[in-house]
Design a protein around this ligand. Structure first.
Ligand code: NAP
Length: 492
């Protein structure tokens, strides 16, 4: 259950930070203090890197038979399952998200460990075709020490997406959770130890991104950085990681389009598009925040969409009737409102929402009304930039060609959705959309096993899938000669 204080996890030990600094976490739904967390200093980050390095270079984890590592991953999942309600409660308190969202995300985090426990067993090298009397095989080995830096919108799920594949292949990790939401990442670190992950393999260091995150990115003893967060910080990380040629994977921002064609099942498209933007209060990288509707069904679709948006219930995240949770903090709330006000100034029409909300019992929290903006154009900020809140922009299109052009007119390329009963059209459009994920007649983007990641400025690398294991792996080619005559290539 909830504690008053949470520790760093370094080299298998729970500890306070070397400076005794702390981070206070607040419940975004109510503004109440949730807990204090030890704040890592540079010295602590150094200790974590040294522990991860030692565990990787001289430890036993990467030498375990693969089945044994799989067994430990399954044990992590089993402990998480046994603590499911506690993890859900902590995630709600730390983020203000609804109980439905938290339950789904914690369950997925558990299933991620189970998925990689299975996937690792089939992850192997290959024997390659080479001329006779030679034998060549490729071996896949862990890349080494990985800094994993994650955001606040899906705290435990993002931690699972990163920690599970990394430790499955035998890497060591230093996990830096977002300062606003460190609680479940710390519990995950404790669970890893309890499940039998050796000391130093999983270290958790809550602390400032610009200080601790940056230090990990620049540290020459770190081999890889896996980052999920905003595009500007991702660019900064890529630049800095290049100094030591670290392996880098980046899961960044988005401005994902939904295309609703004239032959779509309108009710399904309305419900799916509502979920697509308002789930997690719009604080999702793949939130479908640009909605394009064919002109023939625009009025019908929009009447239903706006009517249902108005019915969305805000309030106590623990109440199962609540549809939309809180915004993470005051700064994010101001950012969202700033975008909406800029759209208003630019001439957008606010069909519903458009202001800060104060649900009963949550007057000191951070809330924004689900907002629908029409009469927008592609030169507006609100259409081009990631808002990361419950705000959707809506436009009409005339035909398939225009729909694809509008969808692709973005610097981002993470998610996208196509709503059409015509399978040939849906497939044709999916092929032309420049995005890492296309959802056809479906609002869901990610299950363990489905590759998740972006095109363009939404980053690169794919998480949540079998191929992710390769992103934590170095490949070695081993060539041997078994001919009976000695080789003398220089003819001396
Ligand atoms: P953020 O501000 O970029 O922060 C993400 C993480 O990076 C946090 O742990 C942060 O620490 C740390 N950080 C900040 N500055 C850093 C620096 N200079 N060097 C190293 N680390 C640094 O993002 P956010 O606001 O937490 O999350 C929202 C963003 O994440 C959105 O853009 C969203 O689209 C993206 N996201 C993408 C995906 C995906 O899979 N593509 C998934 C989820 C979220 P502090 O917390 O201490 O600042």
């Amino acid at each position: 259950m909830k504690r008053k204080f949470y520790h760093l996890i370094i080299n298998g030990e729970k500890m306070k930070g070397s400076t005794d600094g702390t981070i206070k976490t607040y419940n975004p739904a109510t503004g109440e203090l949730v807990a204090e967390v030890a704040k890592a200093s540079i010295e602590d980050a150094e200790k974590a890197v040294a522990a991860a390095r030692e565990a990787f270079d001289n430890g036993k984890w990467k030498k375990y038979p693969v089945g044994r590592r799989a067994q430990v991953l399954n044990k992590i999942a089993a402990i998480m399952r046994s603590r499911f309600n506690e993890l859900v409660e902590l995630e709600i308190l730390d983020t203000g998200k609804t109980i439905h969202a938290a339950q789904g995300q914690i369950m997925q985090a558990i299933e991620d460990f189970e998925f990689y426990a299975g996937a690792i067993v089939g992850h192997r090298g290959a024997v390659n075709n080479v001329p006779g009397q030679f034998h060549n095989y490729t071996e896949k080995g862990p890349v080494g020490v990985c800094a994993q830096i994650i955001p606040w919108n899906y705290p435990l799920m993002m931690a699972a997406w990163k920690v599970a594949p990394a430790i499955a292949v035998g890497c060591s990790v230093i996990l830096k959770p977002a300062s606003f939401t460190p609680l479940t990442a710390i519990i995950l670190g404790e669970i890893c130890l309890e499940a039998g992950v050796p000391a130093g393999v999983v270290n958790v260091v809550p602390g400032s991104g610009t200080e601790i995150g940056n230090h990990l990115v620049e540290n020459p003893k770190v081999d890889k950085v896996a980052f999920t967060g905003s595009t500007p910080i991702g660019k900064d990380i890529m630049g800095k990681a290049s100094q030591t040629l670290k392996r880098v994977t980046l899961e960044l921002g988005g401005k994902s389009p939904s295309l609703v064609f004239g032959d779509a099942d309108i009710d399904a498209a309305v419900d799916g598009s509502l979920f697509g933007i308002f789930y997690n209060s719009g604080q999702s990288c793949e939130a479908r925040s640009r909605l394009y509707v064919h002109e023939a069904i625009y009025d019908d679709f929009m009447n239903k969409f706006v009517e249902k948006t108005k019915k969305l219930q805000l309030g106590d995240p623990f109440n199962k009737a609540t549809h939309v949770g809180a915004i993470i903090n005051q700064e994010q709330l101001d950012t969202i409102d700033g975008y909406v006000q800029s759209a208003r100034t630019d001439g957008a029409e606010i069909l519903t929402g458009g202001k800060v909300a104060t649900p009963e019992g949550c007057e000191n929290g951070f809330w924004y009304e689900p907002t629908v903006l029409a009469n927008v154009t592609h030169d507006m900020k609100v259409v081009n930039e990631e808002i990361f809140g419950p705000v959707v922009v809506v436009m009409k299109f005339k035909d398939e060609k225009e729909a694809i052009r509008l969808a692709n007119d973005s610097d981002f390329g993470l998610g996208s959705a196509v709503w059409s009963k015509d399978g040939a059209r849906a497939t044709r459009v999916a092929n032309q959309i420049q995005a890492g994920i296309v959802m056809i007649n479906c609002p869901f983007s990610a299950f363990p096993g489905t590759p998740f990641g972006g095109y363009k400025q939404s980053g690169f690398g794919r998480e949540l899938c079998i191929e992710t294991l390769d992103l934590y792996t170095e490949m070695k080619s081993i060539l041997s000669y078994y001919g009976s005559r000695p080789l003398n290539p220089l003819g001396i």
